[in-house]
Every structure is written in C-alpha cells, then in structure tokens.
Design a protein around this ligand. Structure first.
Ligand SMILES: CC(C)(COP(=O)(O)OP(=O)(O)OC[C@H]1O[C@@H](n2cnc3c(N)ncnc32)[C@H](O)[C@@H]1OP(=O)(O)O)[C@@H](O)C(=O)NCCC(=O)NCCS
Length: 153
C-alpha cells in the first residue's frame, strides 16, 4: 500500500514537540557528537514548529520557523528521519512551511544550510547569500527565498 503523508503545526512544549526533538537530536546533533541543552529549546517558544507525519500520525520530519523581522522568517532545524530521506518528504515539508510563512505575512525565508544540504535547498529555488561560515563546528552557507504573496487571509 502506498504511504500518505500530512504536514501540520506542532504546539511548543507538548509530547509532539518532544517527539520532534528526538528526531532533531538523532539527525542534526548526534552525527556531530553534540546534544541539545534545555536553554537551546527554551527560546523556541516564539517559533512556529511544524511536522510531517504518516497517516498513522507517526512523525517522520520536522522544522522550525523563527520570525526575525516583520518580513523575514528563518527556517531552522530541518530534519527528516533517516529511513525517510530521499523520498520527497523534505521537499513536501519545506513547501508546506513556505505556504505557512506566506499566509502569516512573511515575504522571505532565510536559513543556514549545511554544505551537504545546499543542493537540496538549491533544488527548491533557495539562493546563496555570502560566504561559507562555521556553525555547530561545520561549514554552512546562508540561503534565502522570496515567497509568493498569497491572496488567502
Ligand atoms: C536535507 C534533508 C532535509 C532533505 O530532505 P529529503 O526528504 O531527504 O529530500 P527530498 O527527497 O525531499 O529531496 C528533494 C529534492 O532535493 C534533492 N536533494 C535532496 N538531498 C540532496 C543532496 N544531498 N544532494 C543533491 N540533491 C539533493 C532531491 O534530489 C530532490 O530533487 P528533485 O525534487 O529534483 O527530485 C534531509 O535529507 C535531512 O534531514 N538530512 C539530514 C539533516 C540535514 O542536513 N538537515 C538540513 C540542515 S541545514
């Protein structure tokens, strides 16, 4: 049977947010021999947390959108469970988050892409801005995308 997926918002400090943190830790921190401190998470209350789920509600990916200004929102912590990578799930979640941000009134998304993920964001029409820099001990590039305005309220 073919899998179906859906994306939706996750409330901060809920069991779903804890589930998202497990995925983030596995995919984004463990490979760097790092882990999250409570302080890393506490300041995320002002961000939009999104997840992608199987039809049985198993979470298989997550990301965060943090407002930077009235116009710009930052995409952070993009992580798809390893067994689901390379199957279009990241693309689905990023597209959903772009629509979500546009509906909130943001006109662009920026992000810090690990070098290994730059081709993923390029394939989704994000552009590189500036030079390589180091974050969490690895090289990154700043990328951005202008969002199409939406007529929906
Ligand atoms: C990077 C990541 C979010 C991408 O999600 P994904 O579900 O694996 O990617 P998708 O299958 O949706 O790929 C979408 C497109 O990007 C391309 N793509 C994805 N990863 C790629 C890579 N490393 N190199 C080249 N192209 C890539 C795919 O070929 C696909 O292109 P298509 O639409 O033309 O077929 C996911 O692999 C992941 O969680 N990686 C580890 C954590 C990470 O690096 N997070 C980002 C931190 S900045």
């Amino acid at each position: 049977m073919e899998n179906t997926f859906f994306c939706c918002q996750i409330d901060f400090a809920t069991s779903e947010a804890a589930e998202a943190l497990i995925i983030r830790n596995e995919i984004l921190r463990k490979p760097l021999q790092l882990s999250y401190n409570p302080e890393d998470i506490e300041h995320e209350w002002d961000s939009v947390h999104l997840g992608v789920f199987l039809s049985d509600h198993t979470m298989i990916g997550t990301l965060i959108l943090k407002p930077l200004t009235q116009d710009v929102i930052k995409m952070r912590q993009v992580a798809i469970s390893s067994e689901w990578q390379g199957r279009g799930i990241g693309k689905l979640l990023v597209s959903y988050s772009e629509d979500f941000a546009a509906k909130l009134g943001f006109s662009s998304i920026e992000l810090h892409a690990r070098m290994s993920a730059v081709p993923f964001y390029t394939s989704l029409e994000y552009q590189i801005k500036g030079d390589v820099f180091s974050e969490v001990g690895i090289e990154h590039l700043k990328m951005f995308k202008y969002l199409n305005s939406t007529s929906e309220s």
